[in-house]
Design a protein around this ligand. Structure first.
Ligand code: BGC
Length: 373
């Protein structure tokens, strides 16, 4: 009898710990330490529906995102690593904030204000995602703040003049807002004291069936883009803007990712290109809808940005260690990275990525989760 009583007390404690964990709000705990002993924190945001996301201060990485399916069953739909050691071993920008300039800058060179700047070439001949230690690899300062109908975390980082070769001290704020409508809203802002290129995005890899459930080839994708920016074989835009019509890149009506993937002439094969979004940049408009047929999960994407990089995890090769010992294989996740077009700093015909002192960089993107009706 006494044993039974003790057991039920233990069970009660376990249950209340679980309830605590799933409680609406934001909690903070230590995630680990960097090699130089800097502490990395983990924030858990839970909305009133029980949707939960975990964020670490290393790179502002979203390590987990638990979203309900058509039967109300939750699954973690973001690819990621199991712990800090694995993130530090290296990963393909899972869930991270990328910058100062996301995507590629040809040959790592640009000229601004009559001065030539040289950046790291960390992707073949080109500069990718901010260089060797981009915004995905730095420690951000986290602050929990109050918002009506949402759980919110502010991440801040001050990138010094000359960091990774870029000009100007840049103060960056990224807000992650998990609303009670199951939206993950991201608000980016930045100011600088010297003219600098800036292009911030979120590099989350999604698999709406669950992060470890295989490929995303049967996900149905719609992208509101009539045009795209073709690239050379190092993924630098040629400068042309071409119609998607008649190409495997036409997602103007919902189409399975895998349907025409074999028609793409690239090595490795798959989508890795920038779509020129319809509608007015600067205004928050819906730009993509992704549906996973079995779970019924739907993700809608809205942004103020002019472009989106649609990347289907072509470089994942089954070697990358993932959460719970999973090895992510090719097409194990997809990214819809809302941003300006690649290599904009060197392309006269593309919208400018230059931020001047006294001006404010602003970008809002919303990933909204629901189920197919
Ligand atoms: C790029 C890909 C790259 C991936 C991971 C994407 O934004 O377009 O080419 O492989 O990031 O680094």
């Amino acid at each position: 009898m006494r044993n039974l009583l003790a057991l039920s007390v233990v069970a009660l404690f376990a249950l209340s710990a679980l309830a605590q964990e799933n409680k609406e709000g934001v909690t903070k705990k230590k995630y680990g330490n960097m090699p130089d002993a800097t502490q990395v924190d983990e924030y858990t945001l839970t909305n009133k529906n029980g949707m939960t996301m975990k964020v670490i201060t290393l790179g502002g990485i979203v390590t987990e995102m638990h979203v309900p399916d058509k039967d109300g069953k939750f699954a973690d739909v973001c690819l990621g690593c199991s712990n800090l050691a694995e993130y530090l071993e290296g990963h393909p920008y899972f869930g991270a904030i990328t910058g100062r300039v996301a995507n590629r800058i040809a040959k790592g060179k640009f000229t601004l204000g009559g001065k030539e700047y040289t950046l790291a070439t960390n992707n073949g001949p080109n500069h990718l995602h901010g260089g060797k230690i981009g915004f995905d690899k730095v420690i951000w300062t986290g602050t929990i703040y109050r918002t009506e109908g949402a759980q919110s975390l502010m991440l801040q980082y001050r990138s010094k003049d000359g960091e990774e070769g870029y000009p100007g001290n840049l103060s960056v704020t990224v807000r992650y807002i998990l609303t009670d409508k199951n939206e993950w809203r991201i608000e980016y802002s930045a100011t600088t004291d010297k003219a600098t290129p800036i292009n911030l995005t979120q590099h989350a890899y999604f698999n709406l069936a669950g992060h470890s459930s295989g490929t995303i080839l049967d996900h149905q994708v719609k992208i509101n883009a009539d045009k795209y920016t073709p690239t050379d074989d190092t993924l630098i835009p040629t400068g042309k803007i071409e119609p998607v019509k008649g190409t495997p890149n036409d997602f103007t009506t919902p189409t399975a990712i895998g349907k025409r993937i074999k028609d793409i002439k690239a090595d490795p094969q798959g989508y890795d290109l920038n779509f020129v979004l319809n509608g007015k940049a600067g205004e928050l408009r819906e730009i993509a809808v992704v549906t996973e047929p079995k779970s019924g999960r739907v993700m809608k994407v809205s942004t103020t940005e002019p472009g989106v990089q649609f990347y289907t995890g072509n470089f994942l090769d089954g070697k990358q260690k993932g959460k719970g010992g999973v090895k992510y294989s090719q097409y194990g996740g997809f990214c819809l990275e809302t941003q300006h077009y690649p290599d904009s700093i060197n392309q006269k015909g593309f919208p400018s990525v230059v931020l001047e002192p006294g001006k404010k960089y602003m970008h809002t993107t919303v990933y909204s989760f629901g189920v197919a009706k």
